[in-house]
Design a protein around this ligand. Structure first.
Ligand code: THU
Length: 160
C-alpha cells in the first residue's frame, strides 16, 4: 500500500494585495453579475476571462424553466471567450456572486464540478496554467492552476 498526499494551494488576498490587472478583472466579474438571468435562484454570478491577446470577456449565469438547461457564469464566459477568440489563450478567470439581497458574498464561491471540467479543458487548450480569482467581500481567493481546483482531472492526455 502507498499512502499519498496532494498539495492543494490557494491564497487569500486583500484588495490592496491585488495587482491592478486583477482588480480590473474582478470588477468586470462583479459588473457581469448585473447581466445574469436568475428568476429561479436569484443568485447572480458574474465571470470575467482575461486572454493573452488582451481581451476580457464576461459571462453570467443564465437560468431556464427547465432547470438543467441553464448555464453557470463560468462556462458562459469561457465558451464565449473561446468562440470569440479561438486562437487566444485564457489566462485568468475571475468570479463574483451576489446573493438574493443584492450584496456580494462575503466568502468567495467556487466553480461547480461541471465548470471545473470545462476550466480544465480551457487550461489544457491554452497550454499554460489558468489562474482563478474567487471574489468575496472578506477577501479574494487566488488559485494558480486548475490542478488545485480539480485534482485528478481528466484530459486528452488520459486517452493516449
Ligand atoms: N452558479 C454559477 O453560475 N456558478 C457557480 O460557480 C455556482 C452556481 C449558478 C447556477 C445557478 O444559476 C445559480 O448559480 C444557483 O445554483
Amino acid at each position: 500500500m502507498e499512502n499519498l498526499k496532494l498539495d492543494i494551494r490557494y491564497r487569500i488576498l486583500k484588495e490592496d494585495e491585488l495587482s491592478s490587472e486583477d482588480l480590473i478583472l474582478i470588477n468586470k466579474a462583479k459588473e457581469a453579475t448585473a447581466t445574469s438571468y436568475t428568476p429561479y435562484s436569484h443568485f447572480r454570478v458574474g465571470a470575467a476571462v482575461a486572454m493573452d491577446n488582451g481581451e476580457i470577456i464576461c459571462g453570467s449565469n443564465q437560468e431556464n424553466a427547465a432547470f438543467p438547461s441553464g448555464l453557470c457564469a463560468e462556462r458562459c464566459a469561457i465558451f464565449y471567450a473561446q468562440a470569440a477568440h479561438p486562437d487566444a489563450a485564457v489566462t485568468t478567470l475571475a468570479i463574483a456572486a451576489r446573493q438574493r439581497d443584492g450584496l456580494f458574498t462575503p466568502q468567495p464561491i467556487s466553480p461547480c464540478g461541471a465548470c471545473r471540467q470545462v476550466l480544465a479543458e480551457a487550461e489544457y487548450r491554452a497550454k499554460q496554467p489558468m489562474r482563478v480569482l474567487l471574489y468575496g467581500t472578506q477577501g479574494t481567493c487566488e488559485i494558480q492552476g486548475i490542478g488545485h481546483l480539480l485534482p485528478f482531472m481528466f484530459t486528452d492526455d488520459d486517452m493516449h
